[in-house]
Design a protein around this ligand. Structure first.
Ligand code: BG6
Length: 471
């Protein structure tokens, strides 16, 4: 009988820009997130032209992991974490992005962070770029529109690979690479001029990022052949809304498109459907003669992905309600409940997704994001009762277990999103909480930043202790 492997990487995930704060400490430069104001459910975050006085920017302090990291990692250890997924803020290492030498104070911060993890037996899992890049690279070069970004990114990778080669084994090159063709500001520093061909810009940027990722993989392997370097992909799980073959075909096509970039990460080349998509949309993607070879030689060791919810598709516009959730387009599934932010809750969708991915690629899978954003109430005695989060996670872990035990899918680990409360990437809110650990801070920046254990903290501790047996 198969079981969850003994070395399974149970842990939690965050991203530098959503948790660290310390936006201008120790030489850190301004990042694309540092110029984003807070929004709300249904209210877009604004991107300002630099830091403009009078605005509230939630990333500037965030959950202040920058100064609390020792306390936070101790709490992760108390839960039994085997790993901790975070990202490295590019702007701490290269404040402007185009410097030749890294910022020593930035590197030293991550030395402290990773050393603390390792002292507790927690394996750092590092996303090199998670929705964060130097604002200067946007102003000066246009962000990932520009091929020059490949060199800047590889330079950044070289600095962190060399510095942390004996501390970090698991890396992912870009968070949710396919987000570049959905909402390109955070991952790519891209805004559009009026009447610009958005698809052209986004798919071109995506190509540069894939080349950069492949170069980073090759470089990383040279620096330490024991590195495990993966990709990270937003899995937009969706189903045909009906058994009308036209709906099914639309659903197949949607999935093919979603997998374009994943195919390149894993197989080292674009699928044929990509070229027909490019052609039928009249896009002209600039590829250098060497790119093919670079992509071919820079394939990943594992697939990291995020899974939160699912949606359904029709072959033509429907009167049904559109679904919300992680920048994913689609319609609501009438059979599923939704979170307070409208993200549909579909635990079986995780099992389906694991099977789809493993059937297609046969690479180890790492669920590096999953979780429920919800409003939590801190009680006077310091407790936080979050049975809804426990229920969400329990049901997803159950389905993950079935995928491993009954379906034979190879899963390396599970790191629920926002293991300590962080700023929401989508809305900039603090009240959209995912954590096992509550951070006392509100949507306009008030709060003591004190940490409190939620009920889910104790639930997850037991889940990890029993290797997923006691849920
Ligand atoms: C993923 C991102 O898209 O979803 C995270 O990688 C993000 O950065 C998470 O926080 C949840 O989204 P949100 O909008 O609820 O923060």
């Amino acid at each position: 009988m198969r079981t969850i492997p003994a070395d399974f990487l149970w842990g939690g995930a965050v991203a530098a820009n959503q948790v660290e704060g310390g936006w201008n400490k120790d030489g850190k430069g301004i990042s694309v997130i540092d110029v984003m104001t807070a929004g709300a459910h249904g209210v877009e975050r604004q991107i300002t032209d630099g830091i403009v006085n009078g605005n509230y920017y939630p990333s500037h302090e965030a959950s202040d992991l920058y100064t609390h990291y020792k306390e936070d990692i101790k709490l992760f250890h108390e839960m039994g974490f085997k790993c901790f997924r975070t990202s490295i803020a590019w702007t701490r290492i290269f404040p402007n992005g185009d410097e030749l030498k890294p910022n020593e104070a930035g590197l030293a911060f991550y030395d402290g962070l990773f050393d603390t993890c390792l002292a507790y037996g927690i394996e750092p899992v590092v996303t090199i770029s998670h929705f964060e890049m130097p604002y200067h690279l946007v102003k000066e070069y246009g962000g990932w529109r520009n091929r020059k970004l490949i060199d800047f990114y590889v330079n950044f990778c070289e600095a962190v690979f060399k510095r942390f080669k004996d501390k970090v084994k698991y890396w992912m090159t870009f968070n949710e690479i396919n987000m570049i063709v959905r909402k390109p500001w955070k991952p790519g520093g891209i805004q559009f001029a009026e009447h610009e061909n958005k698809l052209q810009v986004m798919y071109q940027a995506g190509h540069y990022m894939l080349v950069a990722s492949a170069k980073a993989v090759q470089l990383g392997r040279k620096i330490n052949p024991a590195f495990q370097i993966g990709c990270m992909f937003l899995h937009p799980t969706s189903y045909a809304a009906t058994c009308d073959p036209r709906d099914v075909w639309t659903s197949v096509q949607k999935q093919q498109r979603a997998y374009f970039f994943l195919d390149v990460h894993v197989r080292g080349k674009y699928p044929n459907a990509y070229y027909t998509f490019i052609e039928s949309n009249g896009l002209n993607i600039e590829m250098k003669p060497d790119d093919e070879q670079i992509l071919h030689q820079g394939t990943v060791d594992f697939i990291g992905f995020s899974y939160y919810s699912s949606s359904v598709v029709y072959h033509e516009p429907s009167h049904q309600q559109q679904s919300e959730g992680n920048e994913i387009s689609g319609y609501k599934n009438p059979l599923l409940p939704s979170s307070e932010w409208g993200w549909q809750i579909d635990p079986i969708g995780l099992r389906i997704t694991l099977n789809w991915l493993y059937d297609k690629y046969q690479l180890p899978l790492f669920i590096v994001e999953n979780g429920l954003g919800a409003v939590d109430e801190l009680q006077e005695d310091g407790s936080v009762h979050d049975p809804y989060r426990i229920e969400y996670l329990r049901r997803h872990v159950e389905e993950m277990k079935k995928a491993i035990v009954e379906d034979g899918v190879e899963v390396m680990g599970y790191t629920p999103w926002g293991c300590i409360d962080v700023v929401s990437a989508g809305t900039g809110e603090m009240k959209k909480r995912y954590g096992f650990i509550y951070v006392d801070k509100d949507d306009v920046g008030n709060g003591t930043l004190k940490r409190y254990r939620k009920d889910s903290f104790y639930w997850y501790k037991e889940c990890i202790r029993s290797n997923g047996q006691v849920l």
